[in-house]
Design a protein around this ligand. Structure first.
Ligand code: ADP
Ligand code: MG
Length: 680
C-alpha cells in the first residue's frame, strides 16, 4: 500500500529531546518515579489550590498527562476522603474503569477492591473501605437512585467529558443541580483538549485548568487512493510498518470485537507463515469484552527486539494510554449508534470517524517520541468527507432508559431538564410513548409501580419488562438466562477460520424451533448441566469467557428478583411461556413476512433476518428481534418466532386486532415452534 506524507501534527517537544524508553528502563524505574514524571505532577499544588478555591473546575489535558490516575490520588493524599467520604471518577467505558482502577491500586500499593475499586454494570469490585471509586458514568447515574444528593461523595470527577456519552451528558445536568445545594461537593470535569469552553459555560463559567501537554510531532500519511477493504489494508500496512520502520510499537484502530479478532488472526497467521524472515511481532487485542488478564497484557513492556501491535477499539483513542506507541494506523472508522425517532429504530453502524477523532488517534503516536500516523484514506477524504466533530450520543440514541431513570429520580419536566445539548424533541416524546406502552408510565406520564420496578433493574426497559413478565408466565429461571445471554450477545460462538465447518455444525446443533433466544437458553442450560465446564465449551465451539460472564450477569439479576417481586420459577420446558414473556418486553420490535420480505409491524420498514440466525432459512410469518444492526442491510439480530395473537395478549393497548390481520394467512399456514410434547 502506498502512502503519501501530507501533514504534520505539531508537537511541543523537539523530536529528539527524549529517547524512547527501553523496556528495561521502564521496569527499573520505580512506580513513584513514573508518577513524578507525568505532565500533571508539576501542577499538583496549583491544581489542589484551584480545587480548594472553586466548587467546579474544568481540567483540560492531553491524553496520558495523568488526569485519571493521578488527580484522584492527589485528592486522597490531600484528605478529601477523611470521615469515610468517597471520591468518584467516571469513565465512559467499562474497560477503562477496570484498567485504571487496577493501575491506581498498584500505584498506591493496595489490593484492588480495598481502598481503590471499580464499579461497572454487573461487576462490583468495591467494598466498604473503597474511597477511590472508578466507575462507568452509567453506574454513577444509578447511584442517584439510592443517594440522590450523592451525600457520601466529597468529590465527583466526570472524566473523559469530551466523549459526550449519553450518561455523561445526563450526569452534567444532575450534578450541576446537586452542586447547588451541596456547596462542599467538589466537581471536576476532565477532558482531552476538546470542547472545554462549552463545559465551562455550562457550569456557570467555571474556571478551566490547563495541564500543558507533552507531545512530540507526528507525521501524517494518507493513502494515494481509497482502500476498498480496510481490514485487509490494515493487516498489510501493519506488516509493512513492521518490516520497513525503525523500532516502536503500533496501535491500530478498528471498530469492534469481531473485526479486531479477525485482524489479529490474520496478522498472526501471516507472521507464522513468514516465520523467521521477520522479527517477532506481538499481536494484542483490546476491546470492551476482553477479560481483564488479557487486557493487562497490552501494558506489559515489549521484549527487546520484538515489536508490539495493539489492535484496539476507540478505547485507545483517549481512555487508555499505552506506552511506547510510535506508529498509529487509522482506517478512519468507528462503530456508532444512530437513532431514527420517526421509526424508533436504533442501529449500530460502522461510520467514518470525525476529524477530531482522527486527530486524537494520530496524537497517540507522539507520546514518547516523534511518531507517524498512517491513515488508510486519502487526504481528500479527510478534508471533504469527515465531519468536524462527533455528534453527542444524546442526539443519536433512544432515551427510554434515561427517561425512566430521570422519572424515578422525580424529574418530571424533561423538556426543561438542563441539557448541555438537548436531545431531539421527537426522541424524548417517543421515549415517553414507549415507556407508556411498556406500562412504566401512566397516561399522565407518572411512574407506575411496574415502572419503579423496571428502573430497579440495571438493564434496558424492554429487557426489564421481559423479566417482570416472567412472573406472569412462571418462567423466571429461563428468562434470567435469556437476559444474561443477550447481554453478552454476539460473542457466544467461536468460529476459528480453520474450523469453520465444525464450528457451524456445533452451532446448528443447539438450534431449537422457536428461534435464537431459545438457542441461547439451550446453550446455557447444556453448559450448566456440564458443570459449567470449560472443556464442554471447547468441544462445542462456545466461548468460555462469554459464558462465564453470562453466569455472573445471571447471578446478579437473580439477586435483584426479590426487589422487583418476581419469584424463581421454571417453565419446565414449556417454551411458549418463555416466548410470551419475551414478547411482553419486545413487542415494539416486531416484524412480519410480506410478499416483499420482512417489514416491521408498526413502521413498515424493510428488515432482514441475520444470516447467523437459527431462523434464517425458516422465514416465519411473525417474529420479534432483539436488535437491528445496519451493515450492508438492516439486519435483525437474535430473532424469535411469535404468533400475532400474542401481541394482542401482551400489549392490547399498543396493537389493534385489525393491524395484525394476515391477508396471506390461508396461503401460508402459520407454523410455530414445537411444544414440549413435540420436542420429546
Ligand atoms: P490521562 O487520564 O490524562 O489520559 P492517565 O492518568 O490515564 O492519563 O495515564 C497516565 C499515565 O499512566 C500514562 O501515561 C500511562 O503511562 C500510565 N498508565 C495508565 N494506566 C496504566 C496501566 N494500566 N498500566 C501501566 N501504565 C498505565
Ligand atoms: Mg484519562
Amino acid at each position: 500500500i502506498e502512502f503519501v506524507r501530507a501533514a504534520q501534527l505539531q508537537g511541543d517537544e523537539e523530536p529528539s529531546s527524549v529517547p524512547p524508553p527501553s523496556a528495561q528502563a521502564q521496569q527499573k524505574e520505580s512506580i513513584q518515579a513514573v508518577r513524578r514524571s507525568l505532565p500533571v505532577f508539576p501542577f499538583r499544588e496549583e491544581l489542589l489550590t484551584a480545587i480548594a478555591n472553586h466548587q467546579v473546575l474544568i481540567i483540560e489535558g492531553e491524553t496520558g498527562s495523568g488526569k485519571t490516575t493521578q488527580i484522584p490520588q492527589y485528592l486522597f493524599e490531600e484528605g478529601y476522603t477523611k470521615k469515610g467520604m468517597k471520591i468518584a471518577c467516571t469513565q465512559p467505558r467499562r474497560v477503562a474503569a477496570m484498567s485504571v482502577a487496577a493501575r491506581v491500586a498498584r500505584e498506591m500499593g493496595v489490593k484492588l477492591g480495598n481502598e481503590v475499586g471499580y464499579s461497572i454494570r454487573f461487576e462490583d469490585c468495591t467494598s466498604e473501605r473503597t474511597v477511590l471509586r472508578y466507575m462507568t458514568d452509567g453506574m454513577l447515574l444509578r447511584e442517584f437512585l439510592s443517594e440522590p444528593d450523592l451525600a457520601s461523595y466529597s468529590v465527583v470527577m466526570v472524566d473523559e467529558a469530551h466523549e459526550r456519552t449519553l450518561h455523561t451528558d445526563i450526569l452534567f445536568g444532575l450534578i450541576k443541580d446537586v452542586a447547588r445545594f451541596r456547596p462542599e461537593l467538589k466537581v471536576l470535569v476532565a477532558s482531552a483538549t476538546l470542547d472545554t469552553a462549552r463545559f465551562s459555560t455550562f457550569f456557570d463559567d467555571a474556571p478551566i485548568f490547563r495541564i500543558p501537554g507533552r507531545r512530540f510531532p507526528v507525521d501524517i500519511f494518507y493513502t494515494k487512493a481509497p482502500e476498498a477493504d480496510y481490514l485487509e489494508a490494515c493487516v498489510v500496512s501493519v506488516l509493512q510498518i513492521h518490516v520497513t520502520q525503525p523500532p516502536g510499537d503500533i496501535l491500530v484502530f478498528l471498530t469492534g470485537q469481531e473485526e479486531i479478532e479477525a485482524a489479529c488472526e490474520m496478522l498472526q497467521d501471516r507472521c507464522r507463515r513468514l516465520g523467521s524472515k521477520i522479527r517477532e511481532l506481538l499481536v494484542l487485542p483490546i476491546y470492551a469484552n476482553l477479560p481483564s488478564d488479557m487486557q493487562a497484557r497490552i501494558f506489559q513492556p515489549t521484549p527487546p527486539g520484538a515489536r508490539k501491535v495493539v489492535v484496539a477499539t476507540n478505547i485507545a483513542e483517549t481512555s487508555l494510554t499505552i506506552e511506547g506507541i510510535i506508529y498509529v494506523l487509522d482506517p478512519g472508522f468507528c462503530k456508532q449508534k444512530s437513532y431514527n425517532p420517526r421509526t424508533g429504530m436504533e442501529s449500530l453502524t460502522v461510520t467514518p470517524c470525525s476529524k477530531a477523532s482522527a486527530n486524537q488517534r494520530a496524537g497517540r503516536a507522539g507520546r514518547v517520541a516523534a511518531g507517524k500516523c498512517f491513515r488508510l484514506y486519502t487526504a481528500w477524504a479527510y478534508q471533504h468527507e469527515l465531519e468536524e466533530t462527533t455528534v453527542p450520543e444524546i442526539q443519536r440514541t433512544s432515551l427510554g432508559n434515561v427517561v425512566l431513570l430521570l422519572k424515578s429520580l422525580g424529574i418530571h419536566d424533561l423538556m426543561h431538564f438542563d441539557f448541555l445539548d438537548p436531545p431531539p424533541y421527537e426522541t424524548l416524546l417517543l421515549a415517553l410513548e414507549q415507556l407508556y406502552a411498556l406500562g412504566a408510565l401512566n397516561h399522565l406520564g407518572e411512574l407506575t409501580t411496574s415502572g419503579r420496578k423496571m428502573a430497579e433493574l440495571p438493564v434496558d426497559p424492554m429487557l426489564s419488562k421481559m423479566i417482570l413478565a416472567s412472573e406472569k408466565y412462571s418462567c423466571s429461571e429461563e428468562i434470567l438466562t435469556v437476559a444474561a445471554m443477550l447481554s453478552v450477545n454476539n460473542s457466544i460462538f467461536y468460529r476459528p477460520k480453520d474450523k469453520v465447518v465444525h464450528a457451524d455444525n456445533a452451532r446448528v446443533n443447539f438450534f431449537l424451533p422457536g428461534g435464537d433466544h431459545l438457542v441461547l437458553l439451550n446453550v446455557y442450560t447444556q453448559w450448566a448441566e456440564s458443570g459449567y465446564s470449560s472443556q464442554w465449551c471447547y468441544e462445542n465451539f462456545v466461548q468460555f469467557r462469554s459464558m462465564r460472564r453470562a453466569r455472573d450477569v445471571r447471578e446478579q439479576l437473580e439477586g435483584l428478583l426479590e426487589r422487583v417481586e418476581v419469584g424463581l420459577t421454571s417453565c419446565q420446558g414449556d417454551y411458549i411461556r418463555v416466548r410470551k414473556a419475551i414478547t411482553s418486553g419486545y413487542f415494539y420490535h416486531t416484524a412480519r413476512l410480506t410478499r416483499s420480505g420482512y417489514r416491521t409491524v408498526k413502521q413498515q420498514q424493510t428488515v432482514f433476518i441475520h444470516p447467523n440466525s437459527s431462523l434464517f432459512e425458516q422465514q416465519p410469518r411473525w417474529l420479534l428481534y432483539h436488535e437491528l444492526v445496519l451493515t450492508t442491510k438492516e439486519f435483525m439480530r437474535q430473532v424469535l418466532e411469535i404468533e400475532s395473537s400474542w401481541l394482542l395478549e401482551v400489549a392490547p393497548h399498543y396493537y389493534k386486532a385489525k393491524e395484525l390481520e394476515d391477508p396471506h394467512a390461508k396461503k401460508m399456514p402459520k407454523k410455530v415452534g414445537k411444544t414440549r410434547e413435540e420436542l420429546g
